[in-house]
Design a protein. Sequence first.
Length: 342
Amino acid sequence: MPFQLAKDVFGRSIVLFGHALRPLTPEQERLNTPDWMQARPLEIRKSLERVRRLPSGGWYVVDASYRIGERPTFYWIDGKEYVAWRSGGTVHMGPNTCPHMGAPLSAGRVRDGKLVCPWHGLALDGGRHGRWEPATVHDDGVLVWIRPGPEEEGVPKPILAPRPANGLSGVLRMMARCDPDDVIANRLDPWHGAWFHPHSFARLKVLSVTEELLTVRVAFRVGGPMCVEVDCTFHCPEPRTIVMTIIDGEGVGSVVETHATSVVPGWSAVVEATIATSERTPFRWLLPGAPLLRPVIEARMKRLWAEDLAYAERTRYLRGAGSPEPFVPTDWTRPPGNPTPR
Ligand code: FES
Ligand SMILES: [Fe+2]
């Protein structure tokens, strides 16, 4: 497919370029039912119910691995306060409340690998100290996960979908006034893609829907009318994650993992990791500059998610679950009533 003229979902001209895609089957060619008729709320709900029953091992995504450094960082996870810090390359997490008199540990500092409490200087090395017990943490190199509860049988580690070995990655973490299910449900509705995000997707056709896999042909806008069309799948490896994987066209094997973590009732964190790969030679030249390219990838992801969060928040609002007002922190980096965690 050198260059091909086509129309976007609004009838405007676009130019497709990049690897040729496999031809559509006659049934897929005939699939011209309007998107609003294909996107059936009951079916999306049913998929969500199935996803909800998948095992998770009790793991929750916390944040990008690169974002957890020596400075203690505060997180709400499933209604509890945690502090995270890194020492000697290892991420530690535990309750944010000091076992001595309850100071917010995220307001402390790390010295010699130990987290020092801001009130009276108790130093925690990441191991148990009295009532203070560290949480189980898993750093998969891109994301950090926490398991607040005991190990679930057969799931000692987070359930991950395959990722490319060499990729450019970016991780976005955004807060939304919705439940984790609303985030997953948004992604189980790919039919909204080209209508709701015309700046990113020029056209989108859902090619097949099975219990476990949605397959989509989507034209990504590269710039103006220039688009790259790829085939990709969406699947949920566990109940709080949905993964888009490119299976044909440019960047085969690239993934976008969307994780939804409940923080406090009525609020969720969306942690999305994009790991892009390509077999094209110029892509290999970009790999050494991966940290520099990260903000570019993340800026693009942010635009899309600002819209998808509005979608997810509205879904929750329409369920009537948004009232009375849930607890609304104004600054997610600090626990309410506590000093700035620096
Ligand atoms: S409250 Fe932490 S050392 Fe006293
Ligand atoms: Fe979307």
